[in-house]
Design a binder for this molecule. Sequence first.
Ligand SMILES: [Zn+2]
Length: 316
Amino acid sequence: MTGPAIGIDVGGTKLLALRLEPDGSYVADPEHPSPCTGPELVRDVLAAAARLSGPGRRPASVGLGVPGLVDRDGRFVFAPNLPGAAGTALGGALREAEPACRFWIGNDATAACWAEHTRGAGRGHPDMLMVTLGTGIGGGIVSGGRLIEGASRFSAEFGHMVVDPSGPPCPCGKRGCWERFASGAGLGEVGREQAVAGRAPELTRLAGHPEAVQGEHVTAAAAGGDAAAVEIMKRFAWWVALGLANLANLLDPGVIVLGGGLVEAGAVLLEPTRQAFFELVEAGEVRPPIDIVAAELGARAGAVGAALLAATSLPA
Ligand SMILES: [Zn+2]
């Protein structure tokens, strides 16, 4: 008897799990907190899969999107945001516990990219990029209709492209990585700078104190029309567009899908990003336009994509 297809996004402190239904819809498990360290993560993943499979059934496939680098054997190689899981042989432990189950274990943003490609904002585009703007920057590449994972499955680590070698240090160990400028953390830094200098009183009002300004205060003030916040968003959008233009020059996508929490800002981010991208990408005036659109699947995209990738992967 064929069991269900399960997808799980490992969020650092919680698991977002769901079961794909034959008609393409999904049933979500309530959010479950998890310490997400090695043995506990294996235990909690298996528990979520069992809950969603139902009594007496075992999952046919489980896809797992994780925040970090995972090799072809499903071993965490590098997980700066999930230090307790680094080095864990997740794939080996899961396959031992569920030998008849197919597993796909990979990067969460890569999984989200596949979900947006097959059933979200990237539908109909065999060549697309997904870029997730959250605390950091992640992403995925689909080229010729195929997900590009790379030799070691470490592709699309867009956030760590260096855009300023003398820029601020990054948790990865280098300086001036793109995500230091174009992520939610980067937006918060610029907002704080302006608030501390007395140039953004509305941000100070929203945050309660200039030092407490975060990215979300900037997007909220910009959406409300505050001139200082709109100006900060424009500067920020230039940094977003700089990275996107570099990626487009390299990969020539038909569309770029922006995901992650920052995209909820909507037009105050998308419009200046499109404008700056047009100016920064090679031959912007004469090449076929590359649209930059917001992701459609929200916070469950990683789990949906992981479920789809596991369901269609070859038997383990
Ligand atoms: Zn970095």
